[in-house]
Design a protein around this ligand. Structure first.
Ligand SMILES: O=P(O)(O)O[C@@H]1C[C@H](O)[C@@H](CO)O1
Length: 297
């Protein structure tokens, strides 16, 4: 039984294929672009929207049955447009578990993107640097993740499975597309970008940041960066067959010592995003171009 709504089957469930299809139909009737690549903007990383030409913008509040964003710095918009000649859809405004949303709701935009025609998802987030060699402003290409909410049973696929989206049990050892990661490294090189890392992202539930003991535990378990999003979106995206690529902007160094001067602060995270805006914009633009040219999207 689904503990979100008490239903025993996927039928009529708020995340049923038919309900997501209905929501998608509303969008399809209002926009002619069929997006190939979906982009989810992390905190302070909305700069990608500036790349769009030929755009149509929907406020979440105007889309029937769509949740609304409550986190400062998140606009709550779905944007359709083109980057170069590639049709894309951009999610500007995430839904978080810590806002009180069930995980199926946090990940609803992923299923909407799937039914809109998207085949590849680019995800971004603001994250704290755990790896001692990372600096504020670094970009970490995600090789893999540790999904802590799922360790405790909080998986977005919990509840009745809708086979139309994907199978009950799914592999996650190939969560992040290797070929896209290689391509992304090529883009970094061609743009001469500095401060770029590759590592493991750990997701915690939030909204409180981590204690020193928690951070040390995360480090010892192999995490290079920590945040509060992305992994549930990747789980749902892989379930419905989307290829995934993710990157983090390291907005702060995590306080690994009790006398550490580092502090985690949402407003500061937004500011770091602003400082690295140009690089991030160029990186995403070039990556989208390469994925399209190389038939990788
Ligand atoms: O959407 P992301 O993962 O970028 O958001 C992070 C986690 C919290 O929502 C917020 C903390 O500043 O940024």
């Amino acid at each position: 039984m689904c503990d979100n709504c008490g239903r025993n089957s996927a039928e009529n469930h708020p995340f049923s294929y038919e309900n997501v299809e209905k929501l998608t139909k509303y969008l399809k009737e209002r926009v002619s672009i069929v997006p190939q690549i979906g982009i989810i903007c992390g905190t302070g990383l909305g700069v990608v929207t500036k790349l769009l030409t030929d755009s149509t913008i929907f406020d979440y509040k105007d889309i029937p049955d769509f949740p609304v964003s409550t986190v400062p710095g998140h606009h709550g918009r779905l944007l359709f447009g083109r980057i170069g000649s590639t049709p894309v859809v951009v999610v500007q405004g995430r839904f978080y578990f810590y806002e009180g949303n069930p995980l199926w709701k946090c990940t609803l935009p992923v299923r909407v993107m799937k039914l809109l025609g998207v085949s590849t998802l680019i995800l971004s987030n603001a994250a704290g640097g755990i790896n001692s060699s990372y600096s504020v402003g670094d970009i970490m290409l995600v090789r893999d993740h540790i999904n802590f909410p799922t360790f405790g049973g909080n998986n977005p696929l919990r509840g009745p499975n809708d086979d139309k989206f994907g199978p009950r049990f799914g592999a996650m050892n190939d969560a992040y597309d290797r070929r896209i990661l290689v391509e992304a490294k090529g883009v970094v090189k061609s743009l001469g970008m500095s401060g770029v890392q590759e590592g493991v992202y750990a997701c915690i539930g939030g909204p409180s940041f981590e204690t020193v003991a928690e951070l040390r535990a995360l480090r010892d378990l192999g995490a290079d960066a920590v945040g509060m999003s992305t992994v549930h979106e990747v789980v749902v995206a892989r379930h419905c067959g989307l290829k995934c690529f993710a990157f983090c902007l390291i907005t702060n160094k995590c306080p690994m010592e009790y006398d550490s001067k580092e502090k985690q602060d949402h407003e500061e995270h937004l500011m770091v995003g602003k400082q690295r805006e140009d690089d991030l914009k160029n990186f995403v633009e070039k990556l989208v171009l390469r994925l399209t040219e190389g038939n990788l999207a």
